[in-house]
Design a protein around this ligand. Structure first.
Ligand SMILES: [Zn+2]
Ligand SMILES: [Zn+2]
Length: 280
């Protein structure tokens, strides 16, 4: 009788341990799934990671015009050689073909070394890249996006990524209207959505036109150029138009404008600075 009682107690104890292990494993697994990470690399360069999926925005450029933050040489080398955490990059996104966002030669060198990485860029950037890469790279890795002002947004689904893009004019519009500036909205593992606005112009005329597009998908984090914070219209676009939970300003000068420091704004200015992005 007593023996039987102990045997049952033992079985119950083993069962509880097993359950507890499952619960804790489940919780930590859920925790990993419910966060993504953004790391700042300079100017508008960002590494965004969800689980094992990694993407880069505007990582290769040379010019800072004496104002902006370059990607430090050692980080550039680490990206180029695929050193952790810059290994196994699924895709690179280029907002536009300006020298403080894009260097065709470096991007070409990267694609040669990392044949599994895709590149998403405007037709303008793809044309600069074309003479520097072979046909195989051009066909298999480079995704050239042709978008005109107020065109229907671009959409493509890949295995781990949903890539959407809309052409929003470059800041200073209507001057520089020829620059193909792309606002990307990328969803990783159908779970984490990030938006990168390049050098977008903070005029609601560009954004209201795509009202349905913004409403169609919620972004967990958005990276606007910091000048959106400096006008009521820019702030309205962020807060009421683009359907994003958090905004972190980028393209911030090395000498951070005092207006930005004083305001209650989120922005990146320190290279390797990170943000955890809660996915809910
Ligand atoms: Zn630009
Ligand atoms: Zn720029």
């Amino acid at each position: 009788m007593r023996k039987g009682y102990f045997a049952w107690l033992l079985i119950f104890w083993l069962f509880s341990i097993n359950c507890f292990a499952h619960i804790t494993k489940g919780a930590s697994h859920q925790q990993i799934e419910s966060t993504a990470t953004a790391q700042y690399l300079g100017n508008e360069a960002i590494l965004f990671t969800h689980q094992k999926t990694k993407i880069l925005f505007d990582p290769f450029f040379h010019k800072n015009f004496g104002i902006y933050q370059l990607v430090p040489e050692e980080i550039k080398k680490a990206i180029m050689s695929g050193t952790t955490p810059y290994n196994d990059i699924d895709a690179i996104f280029i907002s536009h073909a300006h020298d403080d966002h894009f260097n065709a030669q470096e991007v070409a060198d990267y694609l040669k070394r990392h044949s599994a990485t895709k590149l998403f860029c405007s037709k303008q950037a793809a044309e600069l890249l074309r003479p520097l890469v072979n046909r195989k790279i051009a066909e298999q890795q480079v995704v050239s996006i042709t978008l005109n002002y107020q065109d229907k947004p671009w959409y493509k689904k890949f295995d781990k990524l949903i890539v959407e893009a809309v052409r929003i004019p470059h800041a200073g519009w209507p001057s520089r209207a020829e620059v193909e500036n792309l606002v990307f909205r990328v969803t990783l593992n159908e779970t984490a959505t990030v938006m990168h606005m390049g050098d977008a112009d903070p005029d609601d005329e560009h954004f209201i036109f795509h009202q349905n597009y913004w409403q169609k998908r919620f972004s967990h984090i958005n990276f606007p150029p910091y000048w959106f914070y400096f006008s009521a219209e820019g702030r309205d676009i962020l807060n009421t138009r683009v359907n994003a939970k958090n905004h972190v300003g980028i393209h911030v000068p090395v000498k951070v404008p005092s207006q930005l420091k004083k305001g209650n704004y989120q922005y990146f200015s320190e290279v390797t600075e990170q943000r955890k992005v809660i996915l809910e």
